[in-house]
Write a protein that binds this ligand. Structure first.
Ligand SMILES: C[S@@+](CC[C@H](N)C(=O)[O-])C[C@H]1O[C@@H](n2cnc3c(N)ncnc32)[C@H](O)[C@@H]1O
Length: 336
């Protein structure tokens, strides 16, 4: 491979995310990637897939299967599925993120997966029936959804999700659709914001924070972080930092309409599976897990699923240690 020099930056300390991390060029810096992973961190610009072995055990992909990954992200789960459905299976991969989707598509191609083996489409998983129809497959043998945001979205300050690093306050998975957090906050009333904080993040200080933030302008992520801290002067620092994360999460869920998409997806899911087909869903907070559990139970009672997970599956202690982002993950499954 032709050697490419890393670009030189003005000044001693590169300030832009794209210039800062050697991991953003993993082909040229594999040693840096290995070091970051060994420290229990996620290399910049990538995403460590969560509970891959457990997900495969639940989904049981077999050669020739038609599989769907509803949340392609960095493609970690997709790669593992592609290896098992080869040589004549096919993976349909969805994601709403127009920036990361083409990068992942290119990475999968470079890993040797041909266009005959996988199709990517920028689509919300609420539109899965239409995506399946476009692919000429009314039903799938296995469906995976790994909910929420990817580490690429969270860690890149330019995407406006980061509570730690300055960036334009955005929080949209698809930056060309809907309102950014910076556009939404000045329009929202305090009662509405308090409801959002409670419903989406179980935020215990919802009303106090909402009174302080609603209707105000925040251009950057750090302006919002500082304002949340200031809204809670009597709250201990550790608890305050949890509130900062919960507020970001709640606003993100709201502006991306994550619960609406999840509710639609859960409703249409049984009809998107072939008889005997399996679905696995990884979720990261109680608002999601409650919906999944309830929907699976109801569909089971109605005879739409023949079997569902009795208990939630969690990441192993080793995985939680190696990748702290797996700590809150919950895996549930159902079989049509
Ligand atoms: C946790 S990441 C998935 C990581 C992936 N499993 C991997 O191994 O790299 C979640 C991804 O789902 C996408 N996403 C979230 N909600 C979505 C929705 N309703 N429809 C389609 N994609 C969605 C996000 O843009 C993000 O890329």
């Amino acid at each position: 491979m032709e050697h490419r020099r890393r670009p030189r930056y003005p000044g001693t300390n590169p300030r832009r995310f794209a210039h800062k991390y050697k991991e953003l060029d993993p082909d040229h810096h594999p040693e840096t990637v290995a070091k970051v992973l060994a420290a229990g961190k996620t290399p910049a610009g990538s995403h460590v897939p969560i509970m891959v072995a457990e997900t495969l055990e639940v989904l049981r992909p077999r050669p020739g299967d038609f599989a769907v990954d509803c949340t392609l992200g960095y493609g970690g789960h997709a790669q593992a599925i592609l290896e098992r459905i080869a040589p004549d299976g096919h993976l349909l991969a969805l994601d709403v993120d127009p920036l990361e989707l083409p990068r992942t598509e290119q990475r999968l191609s470079q890993a040797g997966h041909s266009a005959g083996q996988f199709t990517t489409t920028r689509s919300n998983f609420a539109g899965l029936p239409a995506a399946l129809a476009r692919c000429g497959h009314p039903g799938a043998d296995l469906i995976l959804a790994d909910l929420g945001v990817s580490s690429m979205q969270l860690d890149n300050p330019e995407r406006g999700f980061s509570v730690k690093t300055e960036g334009p306050l955005d929080l949209r998975m698809n930056p060309s659709r809907g309102l950014s957090a910076a556009q939404w906050l000045p329009k929202v009333s305090a009662p509405k914001l308090a409801t959002v904080l409670m419903a989406n993040s179980d935020e215990p200080h919802a009303e106090q924070i909402a009174r302080s933030l609603a209707g105000r302008d925040f251009a950057t992520t750090l302006e919002l972080t500082v304002a949340i801290r200031r809204a809670l002067p009597a709250v201990a620092e550790e608890e305050r930092e949890l509130s900062v994360r919960r507020v970001f999460q709640a606003i993100r869920i709201e502006i991306n309409e994550e619960f609406t998409a999840l509710d639609t997806f859960l409703r249409i899911l049984p009809a998107c599976l072939n008889p005997g087909g399996r679905v696995a869903i990884l979720s990261f907070h109680s608002g999601e897990d409650r919906r999944i559990k309830k929907s699976f139970q109801n569909a089971h009672h109605e005879g739409l699923y023949r079997e569902i997970a009795r208990r939630v599956i969690r990441a192993s202690p080793e995985e939680r240690h190696d990748n702290p982002r797996s700590t809150s993950a919950k895996l549930r499954w159902a079989i049509r």
